[in-house]
Design a protein around this ligand. Sequence first.
Ligand code: SAM
Ligand code: SF4
Ligand code: SF4
Length: 368
Amino acid sequence: MTTLLPVHTAAAPRARRLPSTGALPAALTDAFARPMRDLRISVTDRCNFRCVYCMPKSVFGRGYAFLDRDELLTFDEITRIAGVAVAHGVHKLRLTGGEPLLRRGIEELIERLAALRTPDGEPVEIALTTNGSALAVKAAALKAAGLTRVTVSLDSLDDAVFQSMNDVRFPVDRVLAGMQAAHDAGLGPVKVNMVVKRGLNDHEVLPMARHFKDSPFTLRFIEYMDVGTSNGWRLDEVVPSAEIVELIGAELSLEPIGAAAPGETAARWRYVDGGGEIGVISSVTNAFCGTCNRARISTEGRLFTCLFASEGHDLRALLRGGVDDEALAAAMGSIWGARDDRYSEVRATLTPELRAARPKPEMSYLGG
Ligand code: SAM
Ligand code: SF4
Ligand code: SF4
């Protein structure tokens, strides 16, 4: 007999039972006592944008081999993994990709995830990160399906700059309309993610700050990261968060505020005059591995314990081999228990050659 917690879902799939693999604690912790609280699920490796820092056209061109449909986790499989994670301490699920709104029937998946309950009987938070291109059309249906809130990526308000970054001539206005639709549908507070790359859009930091101050949208600046191997990352193209805070603070007074939740990625600053807040995500200059509570499921079902992990653990093979929830939980527990990742903390000690030689999954496959 084990003390495993049941997976609480409206429609838990039945599975063949394997021999018992031992009891697991209610909450999973890793080698540094970090809990698994946040599960990010990549629902597609495809995207309709070709952001230069994520899916450059030179790599993700016409001939690029995206995953076949039968390689993707099915909604049943995603729901089972999420259900086990929620039974063992995960409070937040984030759907991402690639562009998650390209996954056909995403509303149905959200409905199923929204039926999950924590061991205390609480619903989980279901968030989604999107480029916003389909939000104007989909926001109301996503809300009706049970989505809690959205984060929208937007790197500039200037059409020429934005289009040069998304590289598919997608106009700013349509993303802004999507954000407004999400807000109107009740998917707020909508967060806006801006990746800042020196020489490309750093001159847009202040216009973005001015635009979103005194608005219902919370702007967050993300340091350009060395995810994957295709974006040709260079340290001198990273704009440190401290520089961004100083730049904005010189015109619009800011003061720091505490984290809203444990393990939050963004350091928060508020406008002294009450005009709202901004966040800075300093993955390069001020790593936050010490509180990192995020697990990731890649598009074809590999569990990654870090955005920079060289390998993921194949949960899809377990699922398709007929594993039951108990053995799935034991597998996830032992993977998380062995976790000792802290790449962003050690990045600075690696030479550019060592960094380049290290295999790293692309963000579009792993999920941002
Ligand atoms: N397509 C969706 C979107 O763009 O919001 C979701 C997936 S995207 C990979 C998730 C987040 O990762 C986005 O906010 C994106 O800006 C960010 N991102 C992608 N590549 C990045 C990089 N090299 N450095 C920092 N952030 C990056
Ligand atoms: Fe697509 Fe998002 Fe990557 Fe841009 S950041 S290419 S929108 S997955
Ligand atoms: Fe978490 Fe890895 Fe990022 Fe550190 S580098 S914050 S461990 S995902």
